[in-house]
Structure formats: structure tokens, C-alpha cells
Design a protein around this ligand. Sequence first.
Ligand code: ADP
Length: 476
Amino acid sequence: MDYHNFIAGDWQETSQSTENVNPSDISDIVGVAAKGDAADLDVAIDAAYAVAPVWAKSTPQQRFDVLDFIGTELLVRKEELGRLLSREEGKTLPEGIGEVARAGQIFKFFAGEALRQRGDTLASVRPGIDVDIVRYPVGVVGLITPWNFPMAIPAWKTAPALAYGNAVILKPAELVPGCAWALAEIISRSGLPAGVFNLVMARGSVVGPKLINSPKINAISFTGSVPTGRGIAAVCGQQLKKLQLEMGGKNPMVVLDDADLDLAVDACLNGAFFSTGQRCTASSRLIVTEGIHDRFVAALSERMAALKVGAALATATQIGPVVDASQLAQNMNYVEIARQQGGKIMGGERVKADTEGFFMAPALITETTNDMRINREEVFGPVASVVRVKDYDEALAVANDTEFGLSSGICTTSLKYASHFRQNAQAGMVMVNLPTAGVDYHVPFGGTKGSSFGSREQGSYAAEFYTTVKTAYTLP
Ligand code: ADP
């Protein structure tokens, strides 16, 4: 299967290409993907820039029809595309199918939002004057996406971009071209004018700077690592370019003495290890009060050891492979660092499967303190650590003692502590008796502190990023 770039309404071949390797079986090449260069990006930017005013004037009905078409096809093909997703990214098949369905729901939601765009009318403080506030598209948006949600993240950036009348350059992650291509293929048949949506598969380090620096790009939405995000922010700041960043997390899950133990173990097992821990919302710091600590660790480690690690498409698999060799090496390295700093390691070893892939047993690291590197830096793998604390006050302090602020959870039966935590957790999303990962698609997603920058993604709040408001004063 060859995945070409989709630029200015045409499928474009590139002089270079890259192999899309299945992380469950490195002898399986899922496809060969275009590796574009700066010249390809130029063509895409010019096309988007030229047609942006046309799409900006499209009617809500046109936008609804395009988005509804894309959403419907994603939902109809969720099994097939879910299989492709799991094959190229490594999450289990139910997770892959669920993610494609999520992408379809996102397009359906924003199809509806296209019909619901509203402004505001206020009376002026001066007599006889009308004040109207109307939203307009931003123009051309550059969307840069990571590999861990190869369908859902491109969807949750592309759908609002199009719904609010913008032209798009999508630069997906190099490791997952298949999903981006499949999405682009559906979009290519959706009735959008040529050039409104462009897929540019390329190395981020090659085309990224040009995309960010282009004066024809009006806004950048990025999801990825902290160093890349900070680099982009520096450039966009210099250029006063609109920017939205979603980066890492080191999400705390507090477990109090009064928690329902089974529920807490379920939430932590899911939050820490499902999707191979490759979620920016993963519960990677488990902060446990001393009265329940030993029972919690015993129950969680038993459940963790029973998780079946294996090929993403095998029916028995609960934890798929790590995405590639360098991520696996990073995970192993963090486990070793934690060991050296005094952590006690359970699991975390390489796992052999029928095929050669990047398999790793989930790791639980106990006896850690919050100043250890394992509790400061994002691993992005199936690795969680436990910090023992005295009481709720210490738990809250430890939960907030991080440079990140994406998601924060608490397991408790106490209304008092749950309410206090909801108000005082320094995070964009707070979960009570639920894993820190796993969110709805019709409400805002995003964090505080070092996790995110700019306005929120998803739900009707996405309008803040993908539109700009104009305030008009009229003396009739
Ligand atoms: P991760 O690999 O952990 O997802 P990265 O930040 O490396 O995090 O990658 C996220 C996205 O950013 C990818 O699409 C990647 O190609 C892109 N990218 C990498 N370097 C740059 C850069 N210098 N400028 C813009 N985008 C980049």
C-alpha cells in the first residue's frame, strides 16, 4: 500500500518514502508512506492560502454536509480502519476500533456545531448604538499531530478547523501515516473544494519550521512532546501567531484510605497501563495514603501481572506493544533510573511473543518519592509509580507538585475530599473515582501549567481557537 500526500486536491508522489512498520511484528510492513519536503509543503500552503477565502464563505449547510459525510464513513468503516490503526500503532483492536468510532463521533459533533455558530448582540453603553460580536475563521491552520492517537487527534483538530471555515495543512506523525492517509482519502471524497484540506506527510524536523514560520499560516495547533512544543511556541511568540499546544502529563491519581479498593485498582490499572500507557492523560503517579497503601499495591500488582501482553490484533491481548524501538528503550531506561534512585520494581521486563515486536510488561514502581525522576518526567509507556503519603493534605500537595497539569484524579468515598480536590487540583481535567485517562468528545480537553498552552480543544470551546471575533458598532 502506498500512501501519497494529498495536496491542492491531488495525490502527490514524493521522491522519498518511509516504511510503516507494525510494532507487533517488525517483519510486517503496513505500507510505504510519502516523505515530503519543503517544496511539497509550499504547494500545500499556497493552495490552502488561495482557497481559504472561498471556504470561509461556505454556508453552514455545506460544512455540515462535508463533516457529516466524513463522520458517517468513519463510523461505518470503524472495524476495518480500527484494524489498520492497531496494526500500525499497536493499541489493541478494541482500542483501535473505539478510536476510529471516536473520530467519527467528533466529525458528527462538529457537523452539528457548523449549524450552531452564533454570535452575540448587546446594547451599547452609549445611547442608540448596536454592538454585534461575530465569529470569523482564522484562515489557514497548521495541524501537527503525534502518533499515539493517530485517528482521533487529527480528527479533533481537522473537524473544528473545517467546521469553523478554515483551510488545513495536516502534518501527522511519521510513525502513523496509514491512519492520516485513510482520513485524507475519506476527506478527498467529501465535497470539500480542492486545497481546503492538505495532508503533508514529512519529517517534522524538515517541514515543521517552514510550516510554523510561513506568513500564510495563521494558526498552529500542536500535540506532541514538551521540547518540540516549546520550540514552536518560541517561534509563534516571535511572530505573534495564534497557537494551541497540548503536550505532556505526569498525571496524579490519589487513592485515599476511604476509597473503594476494587474501584481504585480498576481505575489505576486502566489509567496507568491501557493503550500501553501511551496516553498523555495516563495515571503515572499513584499517590496513596498509608492506611490503604499495602492492600492497594498488592491488589494492583496482582492485576497488573495478569495482564496479557501481546500482538495488538490478537484477541487475548490486553496490552499491545510499545510503538517503536526508541520508545521501548526510553521506557526501559526510566525503569532503570527508578531502580537506581531506590524504587522497587515489579514487572517492566521485555516480553517475548510469537512475532518480533516491541513488547514490554507493565511496570509498577513502589517506594518512590515525588522528587525522583520517575515522578518528574513523562515516560509515555506502561510504567506507573507509587508515592506513599500520610493523609489527604499531603496527597493534594504531592499531586500538585509537578510542572504538568493535564489530568488529575482521586479515588475516595468522601464528598468532602472529592469536592476539595475538584476545586484545588491544578489540572485542566479532574476525575473523581475514574481513571485520569478516558474523556468525552463533546467537552473541552486540555490542561494547565506545562501541559498545555492556548485555548482548549474539543467541544464548543474549540471555537475559541479556530475563530476570531469581530466586534461591530453601528449607529443606525
Ligand atoms: P512524539 O514523537 O513524542 O509524538 P514530537 O514532538 O517529536 O513528539 O512529535 C509530535 C509531532 O511534531 C510529529 O508530527 C512530529 O513530526 C512533529 N515535529 C517534530 N519536530 C518538529 C519541529 N521542529 N517543528 C514542528 N513539528 C515537529
